[in-house]
Write a protein that binds this ligand. Structure first.
Ligand code: G3P
Ligand code: MG
Length: 247
């Protein structure tokens, strides 16, 4: 099983640098994070890229969905101006470029499968192809909120590690249901939203020999992190780790 660290950079370090960019991953590593999470989806011409949202508006000066555009268009967008409030040369990187970067910098990584709706299968296949074309010894794992994407990827890459992301326990997704799923597909971990984490949830997951990671839509504080770790949480996705002691 993977030996995950206490802190994993979230989209690089998303509160310190434009998310899901080389700049953000570089800063995360410089600060001392050796594991980094990023989101991957595909362009119209099936190139896997780092991108979080469904659509381009929030983090770039483009419009529409990434899947509606070829990478040539996506690459010339400004993916840093939303953060710096002035124009930048920061762009949406390809997943391949990021893999080369992680290999060079010795960064372990969490690939979150974030397909645009209806493109799950193409996304999984394109990511798997890019990954298997490269030789590397970095540790990594896949995660996704989309169970089918994880199952599809596991069929292609059965020996990789898989974590199921859970935002809530509504909609036929009770904790016991998802534990059955995790056991069936041999997932090693659950990534749980801070809003639904408590000691009982953590204990049940740990009793089932699964790891727990925790994410949030705002930066998790040192106090919150200490409480989570003391309850048995393995790793926390961190937006800004500067108040933490890093080795
Ligand atoms: O994997 C943890 C986290 O990245 C999941 O949420 O929306 O930031 O991708 P999101
Ligand atoms: Mg993510």
């Amino acid at each position: 099983m993977l030996n995950l660290p206490k802190l994993i950079g979230h989209r690089g370090v998303k509160d310190l640098s434009p998310e899901n960019t080389i700049e953000s991953l570089n800063l995360a590593k410089k600060i001392g994070l050796n594991w980094i999470e990023f989101d991957v989806k595909i362009s119209k011409d099936l190139i896997p890229i780092l991108f979080h949202d469904d659509s381009l508006e929030r983090t770039t000066n483009g419009t529409g969905l990434p899947i509606e555009h070829n990478y040539k268009y996506l690459k010339q967008l400004d993916a840093g101006s939303f953060f710096y409030k002035k124009s930048t040369n920061i762009y949406i990187p390809t997943f391949e470029e990021i893999l080369f970067f992680c290999i060079k910098k010795n960064i372990n990584f969490n690939i979150e499968l974030k397909p645009n709706k209806g493109f799950e299968s193409k996304t999984v296949k394109s990511i798997a192809k890019t990954l298997t074309n490269l030789k590397f010894s970095n540790q990594y794992f896949f995660s996704s909120f989309d169970l089918n994407s994880l199952i599809m990827m596991k069929k292609i890459l059965p020996h990789s590690n898989y974590s199921f992301l859970v935002n809530d326990f509504k909609n036929n997704q009770s904790l016991s249901d998802i534990i059955v799923i995790a056991n069936k597909y041999n997932f090693f971990c659950f990534g749980i939203n801070l809003n639904i984490v408590n000691s009982e949830v953590i204990d049940i997951i740990l009793e089932n020999n699964l790891l727990v990671t925790v994410y949030s839509n705002k930066n998790i504080s040192v106090n919150e992190a200490n409480q989570l770790w003391s309850k048995g949480v393995n790793s926390i996705f961190i937006d800004d780790p500067t108040k933490f002691k890093l080795i």
